[in-house]
Design a protein around this ligand. Structure first.
Ligand SMILES: [Ca+2]
Length: 504
C-alpha cells in the first residue's frame, strides 16, 4: 500500500474509534451507577452524628466511601431540587422554581444527567420518586431508556388516616387529581403506624423492584457489556410519616430531640420566616394556632421512624448489589433532596433559606477513587453530582445546552482536604426571591426580586460559629462580613424571574 494512503487509512480507523467511543460506545471499564434519592432526608443519620437516629444501613454505606459534611441543596423543595440534580443547573439559572414547573416547556433541549449517560452507552432506569410527579407535573420520560416505575408518595393503609378511604388533599396533589379543588378535599393524617410489611408501602416495593432491575442489569452487562445507570427514589421521610409500627418501636419518644429554639431569628425579614404551610395540610395539625407539645413529639417520632424505614429498604438494595458482585464496578451516590425543619425556629418541613431546610446528606462510593470511612468539609451542592459522576465515568464535563452550574468534586473524592470552592449557593423564592451564600462559618441571604435595585434588598447574616442555631440576624451588626459575602453573591448572574426564561 502507498505510504500516504496507509497513513490516511490508519487515521480513519483511529478517528472512527474515537467517534465510536464518544457516541454510544460501551467501554469495558465503564462503571455502573446506582443513584439513591431520598425525599426530605436531612442528615438525621447516625453517620452524620445524630445520636437519636437508627440508620445502620446508611451508616454502613457511608463507611464505604466519602461523606460530605457540608453539602447543600440548591433549592429546598422537591421538584426544583430534583431539576437542579438532573440538570446540573441552579434554579436561578433556569427559572424552574415551582412544584408545577415543566422542564420541557422551559428547556426543551436540555440534556439531563441520565440522558447524557444514555448517549454514552448506558441503559438508564428510574424507580419511585425521581422527578417530582404531581402538582401538574408528569416527570420526564425522555430522561430514561425504559418507562418509569412509578409508585405512591402519599400513602395510607389505615382507613382512619383518610376518613374511611376518601381522596385527601395531598394524595390528590401528588396524583394530579382535582387540582383546582384541593381545599374542598379532606386532610389526610400526618402519620400512621400500622402493623404492616415493608412491601405494603411504596418504598418497600421500590426496593424490591430495584433489586429485580439490578439482577437484570447484571445479566445484561455480562451478555453485552451494557453499563447501567439506575436511579431509585424513596419517598419517606416525606410526609405523611406512614411507616410500619416496627420502625416506630425503635424509638422511645421521650428521648427524641425536641426543638431548642422555636422563635424566628431576631431581626429577620418577615419574608424569610415560614409559619404553617405544608404541615397544616395534614390532620391533626391545627389549621390555626399552635402545635401541641405532644403532637410535636409525635411528628418528630414519625420523621425518625420513617427514616429508619427507608434505611432498611436501602440496606436491602445494597445487600443485593453486593450479592450480585456489582460493588467493585458500581458507583453509589446517596442524596437527600433537601433538609427539613422539625420545629426549630418555629418552622416545619422545608421552603426556607435556613440551615435545617438546606443542609443535605451526600455520600459517594466510587470504587478505586474514594477510600472507606472518608469525609470532607468541602462545601458541596446538588448541582455538583452531575459533573462529578460524568468525570468518574470517564465522560467529558456535561456540555449543556442548559447552563451547568456544578463542578466536579472528583479532586475532593481523591483527597478530602482539597478545596475547590469556598461557599455553596442556594435560593428559595418566597414572596421575594432569596439567594444565599453559605461559607464554612456564615450564611448570607439576599431577598430581592430579579431586576430590583440593590437598595431594595433585605439581608440576613448568620454566624454559625457564634450562633449555631440562627437566633439573631447579624446583617446590620457586621457590615464588613456582609459586604465580603455580597461580593461572592454578586459574581452570580442575575436570577431568572419566576415563569421566565433567561434571554438568549
Ligand atoms: Ca422533597
Amino acid at each position: 500500500m502507498h505510504k500516504t494512503l496507509f497513513i490516511f487509512c490508519s487515521l480513519i480507523v483511529a478517528l472512527s474509534a474515537v467517534v465510536t467511543k464518544t457516541v454510544g460506545a460501551k467501554a469495558p471499564d465503564q462503571p455502573n451507577i446506582l443513584l439513591i434519592l431520598v425525599d426530605d432526608l436531612k442528615p438525621a443519620l447516625g453517620c452524620y452524628g445524630d445520636a437519636a437516629a437508627r440508620t445502620p444501613h446508611i451508616d454502613a454505606l457511608a463507611a464505604r466511601g466519602m461523606r460530605f459534611n457540608r453539602a447543600y441543596c440548591n433549592q429546598a423543595v422537591c421538584a426544583p431540587s430534583r431539576f437542579t440534580l438532573m440538570l446540573g443547573s441552579h434554579s436561578t439559572s433556569t427559572g424552574l422554581y415551582n412544584l408545577g414547573s415543566h422542564l420541557r416547556q422551559v428547556l426543551p433541549k436540555a440534556v439531563t444527567m441520565p440522558q447524557y449517560f444514555a448517549r454514552h452507552g448506558y441503559r438508564t432506569e428510574s424507580l419511585g420518586k425521581v422527578f417530582h410527579i404531581g402538582h401538574g407535573n408528569q416527570g420526564d420520560p425522555q430522561s430514561f431508556s425504559v418507562p418509569h416505575f412509578k409508585d405512591k408518595v402519599i400513602e395510607y393503609l389505615d382507613p382512619a388516616s383518610t376518613g374511611g378511604g376518601k381522596l385527601t388533599r395531598e394524595e390528590a396533589l401528588f396524583t394530579n387529581q382535582k387540582l383546582g379543588q384541593i381545599r374542598s378535599l379532606p386532610r389526610g393524617a400526618a402519620f400512621e403506624a400500622p402493623v404492616a410489611k415493608d412491601s405494603d408501602y411504596a418504598d418497600g416495593r421500590v426496593a424490591a423492584e430495584t433489586i429485580r432491575r439490578l439482577q437484570a442489569a447484571k445479566a445484561r452487562r455480562e451478555q453485552n457489556g451494557t453499563p447501567f445507570f439506575i436511579t431509585a427514589g424513596f419517598v419517606r421521610p416525606h410526609l405523611p410519616f406512614s411507616a410500619p409500627k416496627k420502625y416506630w418501636d425503635l424509638f422511645d419518644p421521650d428521648k427524641l430531640p425536641m426543638p431548642s429554639n422555636e422563635q424566628a431569628p431576631q431581626g429577620a425579614p418577615v419574608v424569610a420566616v415560614k409559619r404553617g404551610g405544608e404541615i397544616k395540610a395534614y390532620k391533626p395539625v391545627p389549621e390555626r394556632g399552635e402545635i401541641s407539645e405532644l403532637l410535636k413529639r409525635q411528628l418528630i417520632h414519625g420523621y425518625y421512624a420513617s427514616t429508619s424505614f427507608v434505611d432498611t429498604q436501602i440496606g436491602k438494595v445494597i445487600q443485593e448489589l453486593d450479592r450480585l458482585k456489582l460493588a467493585h464496578n458500581t458507583i453509589i451516590v446517596l442524596w437527600g433532596d433537601h433538609g427539613f425543619h422539625l420545629g426549630d425556629l418555629g418552622i416545619w418541613t422545608k421552603h426556607t433559606n435556613y440551615e435545617q431546610a438546606n443542609r443535605i446528606p451526600i455520600l459517594v462510593i466510587a470504587p478505586g477513587v474514594t477510600r472507606p470511612g472518608d469525609s470532607t468539609g468541602q462545601l458541596a451542592e446538588t448541582v455538583d453530582i452531575f459533573p462529578t459522576l460524568a468525570e468518574l465515568a470517564g465522560l467529558k464535563a456535561p456540555p449543556g445546552p442548559q447552563p451547568i452550574d456544578g463542578i466536579s468534586l472528583v479532586p475532593v473524592l481523591k483527597d478530602s482536604t482539597a478545596r475547590l470552592r469556598d461557599h455553596a449557593f442556594h435560593a428559595y423564592p418566597r414572596k421575594i426571591l432569596g439567594r444565599a451564600i453559605r461559607t464554612e462559618r456564615y450564611r448570607l441571604v439576599e431577598w430581592r426580586n430579579p431586576g430590583q435595585a440593590a437598595d431594595a434588598a433585605q439581608y440576613e447574616l448568620y454566624d454559625y460559629q457564634q450562633d449555631p442555631h440562627e437566633t439573631r440576624n447579624h446583617a446590620s451588626r457586621q457590615p464588613e462580613i456582609l459586604k465580603q459575602l455580597l461580593g461572592k453573591l454578586d459574581k452570580y448572574p442575575e436570577a431568572v424571574g419566576r415563569g421566565k426564561r433567561r434571554p438568549k
